[in-house]
Design a protein around this ligand. Structure first.
Ligand SMILES: Nc1ncnc2c1ncn2[C@@H]1O[C@H](COP(=O)(O)OP(=O)(O)OP(=O)(O)O)[C@@H](O)[C@H]1O
Ligand SMILES: Cc1cn([C@H]2C[C@H](O)[C@@H](COP(=O)(O)O)O2)c(=O)[nH]c1=O
Length: 244
């Protein structure tokens, strides 16, 4: 457990887990936690509960999402979820929104020492555009490096989440949960085979960064999924055992 409660944990680079150099001095570093999984896996059901638990422990928490998180990126979200386009255009819109989101919301919050809880981030681009659409992941890696380089920090520092909570649910079960819940967007209306590829994409990302990813068995009932999540946070010192 980290007794500093995440005040100075690892903000990792793409190739290492070295701590992020603080921009303009040795100020506090926040904690960047992302929620990932196929549509309907249960991410949104837990993000506000985690924010409440962290706030109860005195942390400032920013809850945000991708695509979106800034006025500009929310406009790009509307395009991405609503308009037909090719996979490269999807990837470029996702990364354009991410750049604005990082510069305007995520980096300032982390520099203040806040906890950032983000519903989806770059792993979603690799899972949906890479594995789901079959787009070239080498191109995605180039965009990732360009977009996640942090202003004020050395050029080789790439902002990545400290922790990624991967809600792993079989596509057939996600489809049952989403059926009738709301009008499906352009991604939610994809066939089950698409989500099988997306799920494989998440598994591949998790295998490539095992220290960052925690797999949650999202088939369980809500309280049991929360228990897994809280345990993972407590193990890393981000939540006290009591809150978990
Ligand atoms: N553990 C669970 N067991 C059964 N149903 C659940 C569980 N968790 C969430 N649900 C339900 O499944 C549906 C999808 O949940 P939620 O919106 O949290 O998923 P999501 O991963 O955020 O989806 P999306 O990415 O599409 O926004 C909701 O109707 C929610 O009430
Ligand atoms: C970040 C990101 C997201 N997507 C897809 C994944 C989902 O289908 C939607 C977002 O909807 P949600 O209800 O907010 O989960 O967008 C994507 O294809 N690429 C991305 O980079």
């Amino acid at each position: 457990m980290n007794p500093a409660m995440g005040l100075s944990p690892h903000s990792s680079s793409a190739s290492s887990t070295a701590a992020a150099p603080a921009a303009g001095g040795a100020g506090p570093q926040g904690v960047f936690i992302t929620f990932e999984g196929i549509d309907g896996a249960g991410k949104s059901s837990h993000i506000e509960s985690l924010a409440a638990a962290l706030r109860a422990q005195g942390r400032n928490v920013v809850v945000t999402r991708e695509p979106g998180g800034t006025p500009l990126a929310e406009k790009l979200r509307t395009l991405l979820l609503g308009d037909a386009m090719d996979p490269l255009t999807e990837a470029l819109l996702a990364f354009a929104g991410r750049r604005d989101h990082l510069r305007c919301v995520i980096e300032p919050a982390l520099a203040r020492g806040d906890v950032v809880l983000c519903d989806r981030f770059t792993d979603a681009t690799f899972a949906y555009q890479g594995a789901g659409r079959g787009f070239d992941t080498q191109v995605l890696s180039i965009l990732e490096r360009m977009v996640q380089a942090t202003p004020g920090l050395p050029g080789d520092f790439i902002r990545n989440p400290d922790l990624t909570l991967w809600f792993d649910l079989p596509p057939a079960e996600a489809a049952v949960r989403l059926a009738g819940a709301r009008a499906p967007d352009r991604f939610e209306s994809q066939p089950e085979a698409f989500f099988a590829r997306v799920a494989d994409g998440y598994a591949a990302r998790a295998a490539s960064a095992p220290g960052r990813f925690v797999r949650l068995d999202a088939r369980q009932e809500r309280a049991a999924v929360w228990a897994q999540l809280a345990h993972a946070l407590a193990e890393r010192g981000y939540l006290t055992r009591a809150a978990a």
